[in-house]
Unconditional design. Structure first.
Length: 339
């Protein structure tokens, strides 16, 4: 998060990690493993600079850990090779189901993605931390921390009168799905026919795969968690706290700002840049447009749509990743309910 381009960026605990390029990181690991410099001599040399290993540890690293890690990274590169022929995920996203899983349960996300907890691979080599009592305790602690961390307050100035007017509109049109602590539709699945956002995510997960994942975690790891959901025919209506940090919006990050989300779906930007961390004060979200040579933001709107999306900042040449809503799974459709 960065309110002005010149300030040092601020990291907000609990905010979505919209700048992290997970696909790039995975590629880096597998490419590094293909490089001949990835060998025990070089890696032990680097370890020696900061830590003194015992003779036994040295031997373990040299003959077991480093070669095995190298093999795992190479294997990972091979098993993810298919992603080269698909649209890139871009910063802030990972391929659905593989890393994040289709779940809105904190516990599940901690177990599956944050800690990368996986059962031992064939051959008995663990690919993640051992499941000790300490480990279990940490899972519970992280979960509590997430649940008890309040949403970070909006840091920039805003107009009180507009906020009050907006909260009345919110009550009237949105609270039924987005306000917590009431008997309403928050936390429930809103069917695709109603919400009409991009359906791809709902099709990427099968009942069988969900059952298998649940069984694996419950039986092999002995960790209880709320079950991975069956494939939903829709998307869950979530609480909107900390919304200023959650851009780009919708499950597929296909809408750059709240203003664009409140536009009719057919008049939302066709493309924009994601992964920049400068707040867009006018539209709520992050600055998502590049500017032309006159310093004017270039809006990629369908013909005939009004250019209401005024913004003062621009995504610099070397920042941001171009997001095309016309690519499979990237559509900015739907979510017009009550808007
Ligand atoms: C019928 C229920 C419903 C109503 C009413 C509704 N929404 Fe939503 N909203 C949803 C669902 C479901 C999603 C998730 C859609 C997706 O990710 O594809 C969503 C997503 C959003 C998001 C994106 C959240 C994020 O983190 O990406 C915002 C912002 C939002 N709604 C704002 C509003 C506003 C403002 C209103 C009122 C004008 C409103 N919604 C009315 C169901 C609703």
């Amino acid at each position: 998060m960065d309110p002005t381009p010149i300030e040092t960026p601020t990291i907000v605990a609990g905010g979505g990690s919209h700048t992290t390029d997970i696909q790039g990181l995975l590629e880096f690991f597998s490419r590094a493993a293909e490089d001949e410099r990835f060998n025990a001599d070089n890696i032990l040399y680097e370890i020696d600079l900061t830590y003194r290993l015992s003779m036994v540890e040295r031997a373990m690293y040299k003959y077991l850990l480093i070669p095995v890690v190298r093999d795992i990274f190479r294997e990972q590169g091979r098993s993810w090779a298919w992603t080269e022929h698909r649209p890139r995920w871009g910063p802030g996203r990972d391929v659905p189901m593989n890393l994040a899983g289709d779940t809105t349960s904190y516990r599940s996300v901690i177990i599956d993605s944050a800690l990368g907890l996986q059962p031992p691979q064939e051959g008995g080599l663990p690919t993640s931390s051992p499941i000790t009592p300490f480990f279990r305790q940490r899972v519970a602690e992280i979960e509590q921390w997430i649940l008890n961390t309040p949403a970070p307050e909006y840091p920039l100035e805003y107009d009180d009168a507009l906020a009050t007017a907006g909260s009345l509109l919110f009550e009237e049109h949105c609270a039924v799905c987005h306000e917590s602590g009431r008997q309403n539709r928050m936390g429930t699945v809103i069917p695709l026919e109603e919400i009409q956002t991009d359906p791809s995510r709902t099709q990427a997960w099968t009942r069988e795969a969900a059952d298998l994942a649940n069984e694996l975690v419950a039986n092999e790891l002995g960790m209880a968690r709320s079950p991975m959901s069956k494939p939903y025919d829709g998307y869950v209506a979530l609480q909107l706290d900390g919304l200023w940090l959650r851009a780009p919006y919708l499950h597929n990050g296909s809408v750059p700002t709240v203003r664009a989300l409140l536009e009719k779906p057919e008049c939302r930007p066709l493309s924009f840049y994601r992964g920049y961390d400068l707040l867009d004060q006018q539209n709520m979200g992050f600055v998502a447009l590049r500017c032309d040579e006159f310093g004017e933001p270039v809006l990629d709107l369908p013909p005939g749509c009004p250019a209401k999306h005024v913004t003062t900042g621009c995504v610099p040449e070397l920042k941001g990743w171009w997001h095309d809503t016309r690519e499979a799974g990237n559509s900015a459709s739907g979510a017009l309910v009550g808007h």
